[in-house]
Structure formats: C-alpha cells, structure tokens
Design a protein around this ligand. Structure first.
Ligand code: NAI
Ligand code: MG
Length: 484
C-alpha cells in the first residue's frame, strides 16, 4: 500500500483505530442513576455522517419519561445534592473530570464517529475542553462565597438543559458542570444526531458513583426538548441551538418563574486591517470558518478585508484552502470532516444557491470529496453585499462570505448590521484600533489577532438574536444561583 503513495504530494493515511471503543446497539434513558427503557418503547437511530451508516439506537423520551427524570432530579436535589457539603460536591465533579481525561481517546473517537468532526479536533479541543470545564467548576463548588462576596448563593433547583449537535460533549460539560457546582440537579437532552458521547457520559457518571438523580440524560428530538421546557417542576432552562427554537422557548417561558439562558446563532464579522500580519491573519480566517466544518455558532463567517490588501488576502486564502484535506473524520490528517447531517448539507447547498442567484462569485477548493457521506468543499463567496442572504443568515457550514471596507467606521457599521451579536475578530498591528473595534461592536466575544480561543475561565454568550446570559467563567455561575 505504502509504495503507491507519493510522499512529496500526498499524506499517508493515518486512520484512528476504532478497535478499543464500545458502542452498544441500543441506549436507554439515564434516569435516577439507572438505564431505563422509554415508557412507549420507542427508539431512533443515530448514524455516522461520514459513511451514512447506522451506529446505534437511542430512546425517544416522551412526557412520562421526562416527568420521571424531573421527579428523580427533584428528589436528588431535595434529599442529597443541595444538602451535601459543597466540598463534597466539588469532589464528585473533579472525579468526572479525571475520568473523562482518562478515557479521552474513547470519547474523541465516538464524538467523531457520531458527529463527523475531524479526530484532530475532538481529540485536541472538544474532549480536553470538556474535561477542563469540569475541573474548573469543581474548583468553584466550595468557593461560591468568594464568587459572590457578601452574598449567599442558593441553588435554583432542577435545571433542564438542551444542547445542539456541533459540540456534543463540550456543550454537555458547559451545561452540567456549573449547574452541579452551584448545587442544582439536571436533566440534559443531547441533540438527536449526536447522542452517543452523552450516553457514554451517563455511563461514566454511573461509574463515578454520583448520587442517583443528580444527572439525568434523556434522548429525543424537539418534542422531548419542549416537554422539558414546559415541565412545571423545572426551575431553570439552559438552551444552546438555533435562534428559531430559542425564540420558541422564550415564548413558552414568558410569564413563568423559570430562569433561562439562551445561546443561539451567530454571524461573526472577521475584520482584517491593512496593517495586520497577513499570513497569521490568513491562518486565523481559515481556523475561524473551517474549524468543525463551520458548524460553530461563533464562526467568523463574514470576512471584511481592508480594500488595499483584499487581493493579496484572497489569493493567500485560496492557496491555503486548496491545501485543506477534506475527508474521513477518523484520519488524523483530516482538516474538514463530514457535515453533521443530510438536512444540514441541504441547508448549506440551498444558501449557496441563493448566493449564486443573487450574483455572488463562488470559489471552492479543488479537493476530491469521498463518495459516501455528507461532505462539502471549503467555499468562498465574494461580490456580495450586506443585504445578501449569505451575509445575513447563519449558514453553519464551511462557507465564508467576503466583503471589503475602507474606513474603521464603515467596517464597524457593517459588522453591527446583523440580527446577531455573538462574536467577532479583528487583525491589526494597532492597539488603538483593537480598542475602538472591541468597544463599538455589539458582540459577546471579540478576539484580537487570534480567533476561536476558548477557556473555561472566560465567559461566552451573545447580544441581540444570539441569545442571553453567559456561560463559562465566574459569569457562568450566575444563571444557576439565586443571590440573597
Ligand atoms: P435546533 O435548535 O432545532 O436544535 C438544538 C437542540 O434543540 C436539539 O437538542 C433539539 O432537539 C432541540 N429542540 C428542537 N426543537 C425544540 C423545541 N421546540 N423545544 C425544545 N428543544 C428543541 O437546531 P437544528 O435544527 O439541529 O439546526 C438548525 C439550524 O440551527 C442549523 O442549521 C444552524 O444554523 C442552527 N444551529 C445553531 C447552533 C448554534 O450553536 N448557534 C447549534 C445548532 C444549530
Ligand atoms: Mg450521529
């Protein structure tokens, strides 16, 4: 095999082995510390988007199952978790973090199989960051009096948490870790296309001997999610996903006493000034839009290049894009894996078509795509303006819309001309420009001369239609406590 490879121009295949991982044929619901069959006995499949092959089946929870999970969480809250000395709670969370670290390889492979992301990312980003969130919030559990000096932080009770498919385990960690640290119990619902690492986490939590009912994990689609949101005995809803569903949840919660945080979509402006370090900026742009196939709420999907350097930046971007390897998510060389689902692939194609219809110029890298599975070439769209759909709507794929600008005020106006306000990036040599941009752009997170940097100590969240509330850091404790 190896003698057929031209090492000067090609990489040797480096697939990660799946021999040592275990995926069961079927997963039931994790309620009260045990795996229980769903009341109506319904299951649905989850598949590998890179191969279009079934991986396993998970339960479809209905209202009775959700009710059982809420009751288990309530009992665990009243009898155990809220009464436990905070230091002891911290030890449990720390144990989850340690066990995740020990099994990171298994989690990384399953994450890539179920969701399509490159193993390099699940191995180096998703799983280590998930563990880091548990470590970080384990540290806060017995220090809440320092987080909120002079005030007493009381837990809220039972939290219902609904997460998307783009960072399955990481989103589970973002939700569960701060909730537990503050003394709440939880019901988590993973997304329907990526439930497997959440079910593995359920197994890990069982082994970690967490008191039954403190964490309950129920699978299902939107209907199951809405059962959680509307359950009368939930005290807090934490949601990450589309803006459309976020708005539905907000309406459903209006007038109730339930607290909520919403982490929704984004359409980040990524701004390159003519005094920037161009080669580094090009790397930042590539990382900003092609990381995780562009399935990233904070992706730098609107590029603004200062006019004088536009030609150079676009030419370098094309060269860099042509070198990206699109293919098998389990291959360690792969830069861009599979699109998460057929539905998402269709959505990307539909938006690209609209970009073309509206007069945009499309450039795609020349890479070959695998025959099976859902894949999409890295794509640039230029000759577009603010009113184009590809500039206004979240594409959630490896697609970058490019515009130019002349002055700083012009680019600030363009960057803010969006219903979203989650993140943004700026590349320049001048600190003064960075301060002006970061102060005037309405976005929860701004990166300067870098992009997509995450840390559990740093708060994350949006303005406008990107949602409300912050996750991560000290700020991430607020949504899970009542301060008295
Ligand atoms: P979605 O918002 O429908 O799904 C996210 C989660 O919410 C899933 O667990 C889903 O089961 C649940 N859900 C769906 N309907 C619900 C309801 N009525 N009540 C409670 N929970 C509900 O996102 P979807 O359909 O998977 O993706 C559609 C588009 O949304 C994507 O193309 C992308 O543009 C955007 N999206 C954005 C994300 C972000 O982080 N910004 C994450 C996921 C999707
Ligand atoms: Mg799947």
């Amino acid at each position: 095999m190896t003698d057929q490879i031209d090492f000067a121009t090609e990489y040797a295949l480096a697939p990660e082995s799946t021999d040592h991982i275990e995926i069961k044929d079927r997963y039931s619901l994790f309620i009260n510390g045990e795996f229980v069959k769903p009341e109506r006995g319904k299951y649905f499949k989850t598949s590998n988007p890179a191969k279009e092959e079934k991986l396993s089946e998970v339960a479809e929870a209905d209202s009775v199952d959700v009710d059982n999970a809420v009751n288990a969480a309530r009992k665990a809250y009243e009898n155990t978790w809220s009464k436990m000395p905070p230091k002891e709670r911290g030890k449990y969370i720390f144990r989850i973090a340690r066990m995740l670290q020990e099994r990171s390889r298994e989690f990384a492979i399953i994450e890539s199989l179920d969701g399509g992301k490159p193993i390099r990312e699940s191995r180096d980003v998703d799983i280590p960051l998930a563990a880091a969130h548990f470590f970080y919030y384990a540290g806060w559990a017995d220090k809440l009096e320092y987080a909120f000096p002079g005030r007493k932080a009381k837990p809220l009770g039972v939290a219902g948490q609904i997460i998307p498919w783009n960072f399955p385990l990481l989103m589970a960690a973002w939700k569960i870790a701060p909730a537990l640290a503050c003394g709440n119990t939880v019901i988590l619902k993973p997304a329907e296309t990526t439930p497997l690492t959440a079910m593995k986490l359920a197994e890990l939590i069982q082994e970690a001997d967490l008191p039954p009912g403190v964490v309950n994990i129920v699978t299902g689609a939107g209907k199951t999610g809405s059962e959680i949101v509307s359950h009368p005995d939930i005290n807090k809803v934490a949601f990450t996903g589309s803006t459309v569903v976020g708005k539905m949840i907000q309406k459903a919660l209006a007038g109730s006493s339930k607290k909520y945080t919403l982490e929704l979509g984004g359409k980040a402006a990524h701004i390159i000034f003519d005094d920037a370090a161009i080669n580094q900026a090009v790397e930042g742009i590539i990382n900003g839009i092609f990381f995780n196939q562009g399935h990233v709420c904070c992706a730098g999907s609107r590029l603004y290049i200062q006019e004088g350097i536009a030609e150079e930046v676009i030419s370098k971007l094309k060269t860099r894009m042509d070198a990206l390897i699109v293919g098998d998510p389990l291959d360690k060389n792969t830069d861009i894996g599979a699109i998460n689902s057929k539905m998402q692939l269709d959505k990307i194609k539909d938006l690209i078509q609209s970009g073309e219809d509206e007069g945009g110029n499309i450039y795609q890298s020349e890479c070959a795509l695998p025959k099976n599975g859902y894949f999409y070439k890295p794509t640039l769209i230029s000759n577009v303006s603010q009113s184009h759909r590809v500039v206004q709507e979240e594409i959630f794929g490896p697609v970058l819309a490019i515009q130019t600008f002349r002055t700083i005020d012009e680019v600030i106006e363009k960057a803010n001309n969006t219903p979203y306000g989650l993140s943004g990036g700026v590349w320049t040599d001048k600190g003064a420009k960075i301060f002006k941009i970061t102060q005037q752009i309405r976005a929860g997170i701004m990166w300067a001369n870098t992009f997509n940097k995450f840390d559990p100590a740093s708060p994350f969240g949006g303005y406008k239609e990107s949602g409300m509330g912050r996750e991560g850091g000290l700020h991430g404790l607020y949504p899970y406590v009542e301060l008295i």
